[in-house]
Write a protein that binds this ligand. Structure first.
Ligand SMILES: [Zn+2]
Length: 240
């Protein structure tokens, strides 16, 4: 099984000939059939010749499969860190046989939590709605996304998020595909939707600019093989 070394939000690439036992890990673990991890202190400096790659850009540097395996292991490690103590009474949690954790004092159990989010390609007369999120690098634009709230269906979330972020109403919400997105522990569920009514009016909080773009006139868009890019490519394929 492959072993990954994590340091903060980075994956560590050791120099040739490195030895596992030489690493002082603050946590270790494994996911059966997937791989093992070692976590080293984020403040520690690395030996000569070692380098780090941010988990987000692992896709570009080492390919889709490595990105998926590393992030699967990271998600497990992250969950274990966040479930050390019982959220109800504060006692240390114990491992159960089925990979969950249980509190020996009050019986509370804990399993990995995934936060679903929707990502939506809204179309209007052959144009695609793209927004610039304040958190995006530079002038990059993308399809809009948001987390599912308690009590919502995915379709509810699509309608609410688009209304909140750019002030328009959408209809014909149609499932497109999904992607595990480990930043920090999400499942992105992609949809296509159609403009129904309203003019674009950005919220100014998350989105500072949004507009309708024709396929031949797109701004800078995500470069990686993320579901946002797949939604945009799907739009281009159908309208150009
Ligand atoms: Zn407890």
């Amino acid at each position: 099984m492959e072993t990954f070394i994590f340091k903060g939000n980075d994956v560590v690439i050791p120099a040739e000939g490195w030895a596992l036992h030489s690493i002082e890990a603050i946590s270790t673990g494994e996911v059966p059939q997937v791989g093992k991890w070692l976590e080293i202190d984020g403040e520690r400096s690395l030996p000569d010749g070692w380098r780090t790659v941010p988990r987000r850009t692992l896709w570009e540097v080492m390919g889709e499969r490595t990105f998926a395996v590393a992030n699967r292991l990271y998600a497990e490690m992250d969950w274990r860190t966040n479930s050390r103590f019982c959220g109800r009474c504060g006692s240390p949690m114990e491992d159960m046989e089925d990979r969950g954790r249980r509190c020996p004092s009050c019986g509370n159990t804990s399993y990995p939590v995934i936060s679903p989010a929707v990502i939506v390609a809204v179309e209007k007369e052959g144009k695609l709605l793209l927004g610039h999120n304040r958190a995006f690098p530079g002038k990059r634009y993308s399809v809009l996304a948001g987390f599912v709230d308690l009590g919502e269906s995915l379709e509810d979330t699509v309608k609410r998020e688009i209304k909140e972020e750019v002030g328009i109403k959408v209809c014909d919400v149609e499932y497109f595909g999904s992607q595990s997105w480990p930043f920090p522990r999400s499942l992105m569920v992609g949809f296509r939707a159609k403009w129904l009514e309203g003019e674009i009016e950005v919220d100014g909080v998350e989105i500072d600019h949004a507009d309708w773009f024709a396929p031949e006139n797109l701004p800078e868009i995500p470069g990686s093989v993320s579901i946002s890019r797949r939604l945009i490519d799907d739009f281009i394929a159908r309208w150009s």
